[in-house]
Design a protein around this ligand. Structure first.
Ligand code: PGA
Length: 249
């Protein structure tokens, strides 16, 4: 059976003290969930988050990493560095990385390889912009993103890949894809995977939805058969909201 996952992407929010206090709140609620729960604090707080959450079910994950193993890449973070503070999972390809840091699918393919070579799990993000949705090109855009960044992999690699469909127009805007729009796209993504890797592999990959998921809409979105969880931004910054979303499963 596919895993249900709810991951909180904290983005560039929360200093050390705020990270500790949010984690303390989360820990109070963490024993009751049916989904795998993950949080992605910023790099400087990963170690303390990991230490604080050591005996809890919440996994600490990273928001990004570089494709090189090490070297002259000022300001960047390697897979080895993440692993050395206990991180096993990394978000790659978030639309903010694509938009503000020029991350392309070609570059992301290299990052995915590096993560997998380091035995890490990847949450790979992709999604169309509003113009693509309006012009009816959303499926083609998404198909190309997946093909370019992931289709050089072997079927077996997908054990360590989680997909996150995040329509750019729904991220941080308060506008959510309808549960039907999410299901249509997730179904399409699974079909795309099945064509290349077979139905068994396609059925085994968790596909998360991201974009203005809130306590009020999570249950309906997560009730769709091909939606296996969520990548949560704004609502992950409040313990009560985040857990209301987690408990929507
Ligand atoms: P949002 O962000 O929940 O604030 O829309 C989602 C994301 O960026 O992953």
């Amino acid at each position: 059976m596919r895993k249900h996952i709810v991951a909180g992407n904290w983005k560039m929010n929360n200093d050390l003290a705020m990270t500790q206090s949010l984690i303390t709140e989360l820990k109070k609620q963490s024993q009751t969930s049916n989904a795998e729960v993950m949080i992605a604090p910023t790099f400087t707080n990963l170690w303390s988050a990991f230490e604080t959450l050591k005996n809890s079910k919440i996994e600490v994950i990273a928001q990004n990493m570089h494709f090189a193993e090490s070297g002259a890449y000022t300001g960047e973070i390697s897979a080895e560095m993440l692993k050395s503070v206990g991180v096993q999972t990394v978000i790659l390809g978030h639309s903010e990385r694509r938009a503000y840091f020029n991350e392309t699918d070609e570059l992301l393919a290299k990052k995915v390889d590096t993560a997998l070579n380091n035995k890490m799990r990847v949450i790979f993000c992709f999604g169309e912009e509003l113009v693509d949705r309006k012009s009816g090109n959303h499926e083609t855009i998404v198909e190309n993103q997946i093909k370019k960044a992931l289709f050089h992999l072997e079927a077996d690699n997908f054990k360590n890949i989680v997909l996150a469909y995040e329509p750019v127009w729904a991220i941080g805007t308060g506008e959510t894809a309808s549960p039907e729009q999410a299901q249509d796209m997730h179904g399409f993504i699974r079909k795309t995977l099945a064509k290349k890797y077979g139905q068994e592999t396609a059925n085994s990959v968790s596909i998360l939805y991201g974009g203005s998921v809130k306590p009020t809409n999570a249950k309906e979105i997560f009730s769709k058969p091909d939606v296996d969880g969520g990548l949560i931004g704004g609502a992950a910054l409040k313990a009560d909201d985040f857990y209301a979303i987690v408990n929507a499963f």
